[in-house]
Design a protein around this ligand. Structure first.
Ligand code: FDP
Length: 343
């Protein structure tokens, strides 16, 4: 018989972990705890589809476009519907907002409303689905601002520093849920044999020594001189002769996740020189702010090049921002280069 003491770490399910965290707040009603648990359950349902995507014959475009003019894929729809249906009737939310929808998603009038709003990107990186590349779900939770009745746009248009919780699920070689309620970042890996998320990465901190820079270098001709110089700096044109390796998947959750664990910087800058993305590509509310919250909780930082992402007051649900995110010194270096451009 094997020695039971060989395995020193405790087996902790996400349910137990979330509940234990709640017990530190005697005034908590359990709404946030249950909301996070419902998201974990949605993640399992989505994961069961992403892993069977080819087999189930649900790959390919639906032929429709989302509000940004991008093609919507069937898995996007499944993820969207799953998260909505899991949360529309629970009485925990005042409203939802999804990257796939132009307006806020109201709670049906026959269900009670609650004190939180949920913003989500149901399947980020979906242009990669057909190629069996990792995709992800991103979520962000705010406390509502309005006092009662149906949730309103202003409940969703809050800056990232007000976030109560944020996280993502990565559907990769394994499925992981990584989240923070403002007390560190914790990662759970789905054990598909028992259908449970188990704590695998407690209290994630971005390593001090960065390994990677991540950017779509194909757009280099459209970058400003500051971004060009910053990239050269990351490649070794610096006093320390520190040269980072390039890794770019083109699936934000996967790129962010790798750099969170390995150390590095991801950036999606604004395009100049007649480029079609003067504000970059990524959405403030569905992508930049929740990941910025996690980055800061893990000791990192996120900026649009001139200011902290978490301080940006949103003006619209679909707002895009340039994004620099990851190891703090590398993001601050980007800000330094951007300043030379302003001067
Ligand atoms: P996708 O279009 O595949 O959904 O914001 C969406 C996103 O992917 C991110 O996940 C990813 O980081 C980025 O776009 C990739 O954009 P590029 O193809 O322009 O590099």
């Amino acid at each position: 018989m094997s020695d039971r003491r060989t395995f020193s770490s405790k087996i902790v399910t996400i349910e137990r972990y979330i509940l234990e965290q709640q017990s530190d707040y005697p005034e908590a009603t359990g709404a946030l705890t249950n909301l996070l648990y419902d998201l974990a359950l949605s993640a399992k349902m989505i994961a069961s589809h992403t892993t069977r995507a080819g087999l189930a014959g649900i790959l390919g475009d639906t032929g429709e476009e989302n509000v940004y003019g991008e093609e919507v894929q069937k898995l996007d729809e499944f993820a969207e519907r799953t998260i909505y249906r899991m949360n529309d009737h629970t009485g925990r939310l005042a409203a939802m907002a999804s990257e796939e929808e132009a307006d806020i998603i109201p709670i049906p009038p026959n269900y009670p409303t609650g004190k939180y709003v949920l913003m989500y990107d149901p399947l980020d990186g979906s242009s990669n689905i057909d190629y069996n590349v990792s995709v992800g779900t991103i979520f962000a939770i705010h406390r509502r601002r309005t006092l009662q009745g149906p949730g309103a746009l202003e409940d969703c248009l809050q800056k990232g520093s007000n976030l109560v919780a944020a996280g993502y699920i990565i559907y990769g070689s394994s499925t992981m849920m990584v989240y923070s309620t403002g007390r560190g970042v914790h990662g759970f890996t789905l054990d598909p044999r028992i259908g449970e998320f188990l704590l695998s990465h407690p209290n994630i901190r971005i390593p001090d020594k960065p390994k990677y820079y991540s950017v779509n270098q194909g757009y280099q001709p459209k970058w400003s001189p500051a971004i060009q110089k910053y990239t050269a700096w990351l490649q070794g044109d610096n006093d320390q002769k520190m040269a980072l390796s390039l890794r770019y998947i083109g699936s934000l959750v996967a790129d962010f996740h790798r750099n969170l664990l390995a150390g590095g910087v991801f950036y999606y800058p604004a395009e100049t020189k007649g480029g079609s993305k003067p504000q970059g590509k990524l959405r403030l509310l569905y992508e930049a702010a929740p990941l910025a919250f996690l980055a800061e909780q893990a000791g990192g930082y996120a900026s649009d090049g001139t200011q902290r992402i978490l301080d940006i007051e949103p003006t619209g649900l679909q707002q895009r921002v340039p994004l620099f995110i990851g190891s703090r010194p590398l993001v601050e270096k980007a800000e330094e280069f951007m300043k030379t451009e302003e001067a």
